[in-house]
Design a protein around this ligand. Sequence first.
Ligand code: XMP
Length: 506
Amino acid sequence: QILILDFGSQYTQLIARRVRELNVYCEIHPYNNFPELTPNVKGVILSGSPCSVRDEDSPRVDLNKFRKTLPLLGVCYGAQLLAQELGGDVKPSQHREYGRAKLELGDPDSSLLAGLSESSQVWMSHGDTIMRAPQNFHVIASTESVKVAAFKVEDELTYGIQFHPEVTHTTEGKKLLHNFVVNICGCKQDWTSESFVEHTIEQLRKKLGNDKVVMALSGGVDSTVAATLVHHAIGQNLYCIFVDNGLLRKDEFEQVLHSYQDMGLNIKGVDSKSHFYQQLDGLSDPEAKRKAIGKSFIDIFDQEAHLIEDVKWLGQGTIYPDVIESVSVKGPSATIKSHHNVGGLPDFMKLKVVEPLNTLFKDEVRAVGRTLGIDEKILSRHPFPGPGLAIRILGDITEEKVAILQEVDAIFIGGLRKWDLYKDVWQAGAMLLPVQSVGVMGDERTYERVVALRAVTSVDGMTADWAHLPYDFLAEVSNDIINKVKGVNRVVYDISSKPPATIEWE
Ligand code: XMP
């Protein structure tokens, strides 16, 4: 495996994903929490950072822990750190070093750059630059404004590059990473979803033995794939619980429950609609609604879990981005992520936790799902928030409002599928607004509800753009909604990006 030391760059996870795409396992560790080296670790990558190596309190690592013993690749800040630590000079750059640049090979024989074109496009994003390379640095590629764009340290398998091979704008970045990970570090490319499935099921069997596991399913990709893995390992000893909180999409509870039954899961559907509506009664504040839903869910789940005799484990669909320890370094791009789904259930459950997906990125979870033969319809599902329609009904929740929104949402999502647009958007849904507006129907004036449609494109939900859906599609959906959903006389489309808006309205 490859170890990636994170100095807080926004691109660190992308490096890991690229390495994984080469079918090589890798892990991200914060620079200040260096793990014990095992024989499995074949090389180290130092990430970029929003900091400058010139700052006194910039993040640092003791290079002696792995330099010369393992192949080492510094990317951007990582490269500058190497240059500085080995006696070179890093200064603020004079030229603009942000965006596309042409990389010219200085040493086509270098193993790191083997097979790259003489001249190729790379992506630069840094404020500092290596002004003077140390004596024993061999410059292997340059751009017009960055002389030391790539270097190798003499007599060591230590390399540095000031550009970002992990972003797609670096057109031959994947080749470079392949050279490092496979040719230089000698990693075997055997990390595939098939090998993951086989290995994980075996591990789960060993770990769980004859123990019982309880798990809440949501119909989402992560919990479904996690449950399927555990199911393959221990069969009916996995007890799945799927709660109908009355805030799901139209017919979703029944449909998802059937899919789970078809998959052979030991699943219990629990109709708790009235409990949730009761707990939400009169609440309009978004956070109060979220809390009430969270608490109700825990109460119901706890009650159900107690019905299973002698259960020892709690299964969870936690994925890798939720468990990567965030590096907190100062600087504008050191983003702080708010985890919606981490934290899980409270201590009083006293169960041991099993999380078979906690080393996987989302796209890998989908690939594993495919290997397991899970229905593509489940795997390609848009994300849906835990509190469901409650945070799409602005203000207080009533059954009547939920019913209206379910109809609107079903027409919108059905339309996206019919027009083959579903896969082009990252998430979509409808919001029921707490305003009414005047309309006209026949000879009569109406005074009815307004709904807003929201569809976004995104990579991870952290930032998003509104989806530029075709006008003809929006026209058809709007018509359908107003004609078919009683109580709605106006449809608007949300054209705000995140930031500054958010995806949900509450
Ligand atoms: P925002 O609205 O913050 O949403 O731009 C980003 C992503 O998070 C989802 N979301 C939630 N998911 N519980 C959840 O499980 C929540 O309270 C919650 N709020 C927002 C949202 O649907 C989008 O995918």
